[in-house]
Design a protein around this ligand. Structure first.
Ligand code: C2E
Ligand code: MG
Ligand code: MG
Ligand code: MG
Length: 286
């Protein structure tokens, strides 16, 4: 009997694997089709100076919009895009779209706005990446120092020589370089001094339970101190409440991003936000 149920559970297991594999293949096919048929969209989330409530920049966040209007978030397809190499055309599209959009906002008079674009570690292995980025930047006409590239902590920790070379090439051209999701990766912080980083983005898991969670309060304070002593800019991710704003402002962390100010939105809505309030988000409507 035991043998029998063992065989059955093996059978069940392989069936599940088979099913998952099929689903993955299906998703891959759909994603490739989406890339080829212009189903990708770029949404923008404002980065806000929390004291003045001014929008100082945007982060470009990719979406996949199905023909029926359904929006699929990046967490559901970036991993598979990395495995299949589709990350390359996807990233090219996001970078081009975001740089053009920033140029348009600069033309409208919002000349100080910056644009952040996420890069995945996988991309850093593709040769000629920095040249490609500069081509896109130059074509769009934006000043390189208004572009910021975001890399997750993992990429820094891997400490691969080509990554380090890439980061220096980025800084040499005046492009800003941020560590995304900071604090959730590793405990060793010594790597920070080896990289030409211009900003840390405090992961939203720390911000979420502020100000009440003592541990998160301590950790956030520590990250703030670290950034200050290294003279690196700070952005708090996932700001959702006024109490979080108060906590962060009290500790001299002035830039935030989160649903309190706005969710990621299509370009025309972002333009509306800029137009309506001249880039200033009034407290009362939020
Ligand atoms: P991320 O770069 O850390 O982006 C922030 C994520 O947090 C976004 O999720 C955003 O919608 C979400 N978020 C912002 N404010 C709040 C808030 O107040 N509360 C909560 N709960 N969430 C908030 P999204 O757009 O789903 O993106 C997820 C991740 O996918 C991004 O994390 C980034 O790592 C990756 N990603 C997005 N676009 C691209 C891209 O073009 N290229 C690459 N390589 N990765 C991308
Ligand atoms: Mg990011
Ligand atoms: Mg993040
Ligand atoms: Mg993230």
């Amino acid at each position: 009997r035991a043998k029998e149920s063992g065989r059955n559970s093996y059978h069940l297991y392989s069936e599940i694997l088979h099913h998952e594999l099929n689903q993955r293949m299906e998703l891959m096919k759909r994603l490739r089709n989406a890339v080829e048929h212009d189903k990708l969209r770029v949404y923008y989330q404002p980065k806000v100076d929390m004291q003045s409530r001014r929008i100082i920049g945007a982060e470009a966040l990719v979406r996949w919009q199905e023909s029926d209007g359904q929006i699929i978030g990046p967490d559901q397809f970036i991993p598979i895009a990395e495995d299949t190499g589709l990350i390359i055309p996807i990233s090219e599209f996001v970078l081009k779209t975001a740089c053009k959009q920033l140029a348009a906002w600069h033309t409208l008079g919002f000349t100080e706005l910056t644009m952040a674009v996420n890069l995945s570690g996988k991309q850093l292995q593709s040769p000629g990446l920095i040249e490609h980025i500069m081509e896109v930047v130059n074509e769009s006409g934006i000043p390189p120092n208004k572009l910021e590239l975001e890399l997750t902590e993992q990429v820094f920790i891997e400490n691969i020589q080509s990554h380090t070379n890439f980061m220096h090439a980025v800084r040499d051209r005046g492009i800003a370089l941020a560590i995304d999701d900071f604090g959730i990766g590793y405990s060793s912080l010594s790597y920070l001094k080896h990289f030409p980083v211009t900003a840390l983005k405090i992961d939203r898991s720390f911000v979420q339970d502020l100000p009440n969670d003592k541990d998160d309060a301590t950790l956030t304070q520590t990250i703030i101190n670290l950034a200050k002593s290294l003279e690196i800019d700070l952005v708090a991710e996932g700001v959702e409440t006024e109490a979080q704003v108060d906590f962060l402002l009290d500790r001299d962390c002035s830039v935030g991003q989160g649903y309190l100010f706005s969710r990621p939105i299509p370009a025309h809505e972002f333009t509306q936000l800029l137009d309506d309030y001249q880039g200033q988000i009034p407290i009362q409507i939020m």
